[in-house]
Design a protein. Structure first.
Length: 447
């Protein structure tokens, strides 16, 4: 019935129960925004579906609450009866039962709202000041000579740190700067220990640690004075505060943040076992390289020894080689001279054998010249006879020779020779070619 408007209701309006509840739910949800409500948890029931149902009460009143699984699954602490909490919820009505209730969106432990607000406010302020920037982070020494630990003497965190350091590098000296890590004066004490460690300058790196706890327990590490003490420290600082999900202002300012105190100890201490393995690996590599180099140089030495000869033997060998080259040169030179002498004699024989017989050649030339003249005269006579014959034939075939006997050639105006009277008409112009000259005429009759 959400489509109905309360403005349309009057004293005579008749509603069903479900319509009334629907009107009431709509009115409640429109009248109240999401609100933060504080109270004590009572009658908590957590169903297998994951939904939570409980009462939120104070000394004078109570109200039913429901928090569905998709809303409560990210909560990192356990809700219990009797706890003081603050919920952000929608004021509504469960129509099926007509029960006034809160649909919870977010939940936190009472008093944490102001702390979270103060945390975010200080975080934004320091971030704007630039003290979180990576450019200010100091390098953590890979092999520190001495480690300082700032924490409480009576915490499991210190035991975890010392146990981890003894396991990873037992010979590494450790200096403890004891300080309260929780309570009213904890922040000032932490600042004093950071400054003291800086003045004494006896450590290469500092661990600022404590175990897990609520936001109130960790609050000393969210103080502005602690943030600036870390920022101004001349010694690199690694934080290991709370659990992996806990973040404090100190973590943002520190040169390195570890998820836990044990993690912080692992960051600053080399693992002797890993170093030993690495050194052993390097040793074997060097040993193999050394052996290989020795073997290579031994082979080179053997080669040089094999090539090394007594100078007297070398001189004797060179003398023998020179003698052999001398004999080879003399042999080659004598062979060359013999070859050149043989070629010279051969060329002389060819020259003398090819000397020309001038008298014989002159006789040959005279004889051949006489034959050539006779052949030319015979050829000219034959060609003259053929020419006379061709001239006689041309004379007989020349049309003008026919015209000399009284014949003529007739053509029309286009120059086409006429052979039949049917090719011309009366009054056509014709041209008559005679043996000497030509005349033009007009046809007056044709048959």
């Amino acid at each position: 019935m959400d489509h109905l408007s309360t403005a349309s209701l009057n004293a005579h309006t008749l509603l069903s129960v479900s319509e009334l509840n629907s009107y009431a739910r709509a009115l409640l949800e429109l009248s109240f925004p999401l609100l933060w409500i504080r109270g004590e948890v009572s009658n908590l029931k957590q169903y297998p579906s994951g939904h939570w149902y409980f009462l939120l009460k104070d000394k004078d009143a109570q109200i039913r609450c429901v928090m569905f699984r998709q809303k409560n699954q990210w909560l990192d602490w356990s809700l219990r009866d009797g706890m003081q909490i603050e919920v952000q919820a929608l004021v509504t009505l469960y129509e099926a039962r007509g029960e006034f209730q809160l649909n919870v969106e977010h939940i936190r432990q009472a008093g944490l709202g102001n702390l979270y607000e103060a945390f975010e406010k200080l975080k934004s302020k320091l971030q704007a000041a630039g003290i979180f920037d990576a450019i200010h982070k100091k390098n953590i020494p890979e092999f520190p000579k001495r480690i300082g630990v700032i924490t409480s003497l009576n915490t499991a965190a210190l035991y975890d740190i010392l146990s981890t350091l003894r396991h990873r590098m037992p010979s590494l000296p450790i200096i403890i700067y004891p300080t309260p890590v929780q309570g009213k004066d904890a922040a000032k004490s932490i600042v004093t220990m950071i400054e003291l460690a800086g003045k004494r300058a006896e450590c290469d790196v500092l661990l600022l640690c404590r175990g897990g706890g609520s936001i109130e327990d960790l609050w000393a590490f969210n103080e502005e004075i602690v943030a600036y003490a870390i920022f101004h420290s001349v010694i690199p600082i690694v934080t290991g505060i709370g659990h992996e999900t806990d973040f404090t202002i100190a973590d943002f300012v520190a040169d390195k943040r570890a998820p836990t105190p044990t993690g912080a100890a692992q960051i600053v201490s080399p693992d002797t076992q890993e170093i030993a393995k690495h050194l052993n690996h390097l040793y074997h590599r060097i040993e193999r390289a050394y052996k290989h180099e020795i073997e290579r140089r031994m082979q080179t030495l053997d080669l040089l020894c094999h090539r090394l000869i007594d100078p007297r033997e070398s001189i004797k060998h060179q003398v023998n080689r020179l003698q052999h080259l001398r004999e080879k040169l003399l042999f080659c030179w004598s062979r060359k001279i013999e070859k050149m002498d043989s070629e010279n004699r051969h060329l002389q024989r060819r020259f003398f054998s090819s000397a020309p017989n001038l008298e014989h050649m002159l006789n040959q030339q005279f004889e051949r010249s006489s034959k050539l003249h006779k052949a030319i005269n015979y050829y000219l006579e034959r060609q003259g006879t053929k020419l006379v014959h061709y001239q006689t034939q041309l004379t007989h075939l020349n049309p003008k020779s026919v015209l000399q006997r009284g014949y003529s050639i007739t053509s029309n105006a286009e120059g086409k020779i006429l052979r039949d009277s049917s090719q011309i008409n009366i009054d056509d112009s014709i041209q008559v070619t005679l043996a000497e000259g030509w005349v033009k005429a007009k046809v007056s009759d044709a048959g």
